[in-house]
Design a protein around this ligand. Structure first.
Ligand SMILES: Cc1cc2nc3c(=O)[nH]c(=O)nc-3n(C[C@H](O)[C@H](O)[C@H](O)COP(=O)(O)O)c2cc1C
Length: 188
């Protein structure tokens, strides 16, 4: 039997995105964001409160978005617990930041896949911002690519955020092919 369980919303799965920015002195910062989504073929939209990251985004047009993995889980969670306004989180977490070749933002070496973005829009809302990023490039470690050079999620232990239990989960196995599995009914 189904039950009403209040308005406490869960959306599943949510990503675990690590947004990389520079401050006015070129100090790299990283924050964790789960409220992000692909909003066009080459655009992503992320919903942000007011943070050191959003201060940095007022100064620099570029930012990076890396996918958290099982291997980077502890640093990724830490990036969501402390503000870069107070401390250099990258240094404290022992993460290696290098400058992106395409945008004015840091790339974190320990993360296998990173989206490099320029700000397409940053709309101030009541309690934060809606950040729209135009994708300029995607970089990936060779070890997470398949034979055709495409990203293989099965090779990168990518995490998702479970907002029901406030935990990180690994994504699971492929169970079917999109735009194909439904043919079993469509073609009946
Ligand atoms: C799992 C997780 C998900 C988060 N998702 C978001 C989010 O989508 N938007 C947001 O504004 N803050 C989010 N946060 C909180 C920020 O990451 C946090 O406030 C962080 O300290 C901001 O860092 P900064 O001040 O260095 O930019 C999340 C934190 C965690 C741990």
């Amino acid at each position: 039997m189904k039950k009403d369980i209040s308005k406490s919303l869960i959306m599943a799965p949510m990503p675990v995105l690590i947004i990389g920015t520079y401050d006015e002195n070129g100090i790299p910062n990283a924050m964790n964001a789960a409220w992000g989504v692909q909003s066009d073929y080459e655009q992503i939209t992320i919903f942000l409160g007011k943070h050191k990251t959003t201060d940095n985004l007022q100064i620099n047009n570029g930012f990076t978005v890396a996918f958290a993995t099982k291997e980077t889980m502890i640093a990724s969670d830490y990036f969501g617990m402390e503000t870069g306004a107070r401390i250099n989180k990258i240094e404290k977490a022992g993460i290696t930041a290098t400058k992106s070749k395409h945008v004015n933002a840091p790339v974190f070496e320990e993360y296998p896949v990173t989206i490099e973005c320029e700000i397409a829009d940053m709309v101030e809302e009541t309690d934060g911002y809606r950040l729209v990023g135009q994708v300029v490039n995607v970089i990936a470690d060779e070890k997470v690519l398949d034979a055709k050079g495409n990203i293989d999620l099965g090779k990168m232990n990518i995490l998702c955020y479970d907002s029901a239990s406030h935990s990180y989960r690994e994504i699971g196995n492929i169970v079917g092919q999109a735009f194909h599995a439904g043919l079993a009914i469509k073609n009946k």
